[in-house]
Structures are given as C-alpha cells and as structure tokens.
Ligand binder design. Structure first.
Ligand code: PMP
Length: 287
C-alpha cells in the first residue's frame, strides 16, 4: 500500500495529499510543527512533544486542532497504515485557511497535517569520524522557543553548511555566543569534562532530545552546566556534539575547520549517545 498522509480529517495517498493555497501556513508561515521519533514501534517522548506542541500553539494563539487523545489515535493509525516502526512522525498545525490578510481570521479552523518517514540508520562513517560544523550569525527572531514553521534563517544556515562541506551550522548571537544548530541543539564537553549546553530561554528551541539527555546526564552523575558558551570556548573544547529527534546524539569533530579535541569523536559523547540509544531501546511499543 502506498504511504499515506493525514490531512484535515482524511487519510490520503502521500503523493496526492495537499492543502489549500490559502492555508496560512503556506501564505504566512503561520503555523507550528513537531517531529516525533518512532523507535521499535515506540513514539519517543510523545507527551513531551505534545506538551511542546500545545505550548507553541498557545504562544501563537492557534487553537488545538483536536484533543491530545485524538492526536494520539491519529498518530497510531497513520503509523499502522504506513507500517512505521522506525522513523519519524511529523505533525503540522496552521491557523487554517482564510482569505489572505495578516490579522487573525475570525472563523478559520486550525489545519492539521501528519506524515511519516522511515528512518535511515546513521552511517558508520558519521559515527566513526564525527561531523563538521560551521558557524553563522543567528539571524532569527526573539522567540526561537516556539517551534514555528517559519524556518528561513535555519534553511539558509543549513545550506551554507552543506556548501562548506559541513553537516550543520551553529548559529551565533551578537555576543559571540552559540545559540544552537539550524535543526539541532549544540553541546560541548570542557577540558575538565563538564557537559555544557545553552540554557533554554527564548533564544533556542528546547529540544526534546536535549531535555531527555539532560535527565540521563543527571541520572548518570556527569557534571553539567546549562549556560551560554562562545565560539572560542567551543573551539577549545575537548568534545562537541549535537542532539535532535532525527540525529539523536552525534559527535562533532570540526568547528569552522578547526579540529575539536583530538579530532576524533569524544569518549563522553559516545557514552551519552549510548545512554540515549539505551533509553529509546527501553521504551514500550506505542499501543
Ligand atoms: N533546535 C532547532 C532549531 C530545531 O529545529 C530542532 C529540531 N526540531 C532542535 C533544536 C532539536 O529539537 P528536538 O530534540 O526536539 O528534535
């Protein structure tokens, strides 16, 4: 059976699924999204993702498209139809369809699209050699904590990375401090083995992988600091890595062409990746 998508109440073949040209997501990027990893049939941190979806919608005053219980049912039905046991579930909610006008429409209903994608395992090369990252100025707005579909600066940053032969671009604020990657959170390990990641303010998206990894780090008793770090500090770090729902935990071995540490994936990074993979492995299949 061809892959299906859920669009405003209907399951449709993915290739034919479409939204209205006056959907405000298309017109104004007036919408939010979530990406939930599915690992061995389990929706990873589903409630944390749905909490963040609620929060993003609330901050933008977009109504909930349906109850949490209904969202969970649709998620499972789409996974079932698509035979998804390892991959990603995408949810996108926009303010709905209305004649083009910047102000909020008075009677639009929020539009919901869900799709799935199969997971491709991370290559042995990436895990063995680590990733290259470049830095770019952070050109985004003051509410990066909202998971908005408005991603132009992120797209431009990622494209700059690809053109430089890198995997990701770390965005840097006006004070020379790293905020986060274009689709990942940024982490370093200092020379005295402290794990450092920026504190979750309006300047970054509070990644769900970040939240779960922070818990694992605390549980395992590693030293941790949630604070800003500069590009210089990152270049002088012992290790660096990134996290996201699609990358999990991946080692970084070059920042702006400067090797991090000894130029090989860090030992602590490897342990943290393993803790995160073990955590996902421990989850029960989503019924
Ligand atoms: N920061 C940005 C800008 C992102 O787009 C993402 C991925 N959605 C992340 C961080 C990581 O968040 P998560 O762990 O929830 O995927």
């Amino acid at each position: 059976m061809p892959r299906q998508a859920y669009v405003n109440g209907r399951y449709l073949p993915h290739r034919e699924a479409a939204v209205h040209i006056e959907d405000r997501g298309y017109q104004f990027a007036d919408g939010v999204y979530e990406v939930v990893p599915v690992f061995n049939g389990a929706l990873v941190d589903e409630d944390l993702h749905l909490d963040r979806l609620d929060r993003s919608l609330g901050e933008l005053r977009i109504a909930q498209p349906m109850s949490r219980a209904a969202l969970k049912l649709v998620s499972r039905e789409l996974m079932r139809r698509n035979g998804l046991s390892n991959g990603f579930l995408y949810m996108q909610v926009t303010r709905g369809v209305a004649p083009r006008d910047h102000k909020f429409p008075t009677n639009a209903r929020p539009a919901l699209v869900m799709t799935t994608r199969q997971m491709k395992p991370h290559s042995e090369q990436v895990l063995g050699e680590g990733l290259k990252v470049i830095t770019v100025p952070d050109q985004r707005w003051d509410r990066c904590d909202i998971k908005s579909v408005s991603l132009l600066p992120n797209i431009l940053g990622k494209q700059a990375a690809v053109e430089a032969g890198a995997y990701e671009a770390w965005q840097v604020d006006r004070d020379g401090m790293v905020t986060e990657g274009t689709s990942t959170n940024a982490w370093i390990v200092t020379q005295d083995n402290k794990v450092v990641t920026r504190d979750a303010t309006h300047s970054i998206l509070n990644g769900i992988t970040r939240i779960t990894l922070l818990e694992l780090i605390r549980k395992e008793g590693y030293e941790l600091e949630e604070r800003c770090f500069s590009v210089e500090e990152a270049k002088a770090a012992r290790e660096a890595f990134l996290t996201s729902s699609t990358s999990f935990v991946l080692p970084i071995t070059q920042l702006d062409a400067k090797p991090i540490g000894n130029g090989h994936p860090g030992i602590l990074t490897g342990k943290l990746r393993q803790h995160y993979m073990d955590y996902m492995q421990s989850l029960r299949k989503s019924a």
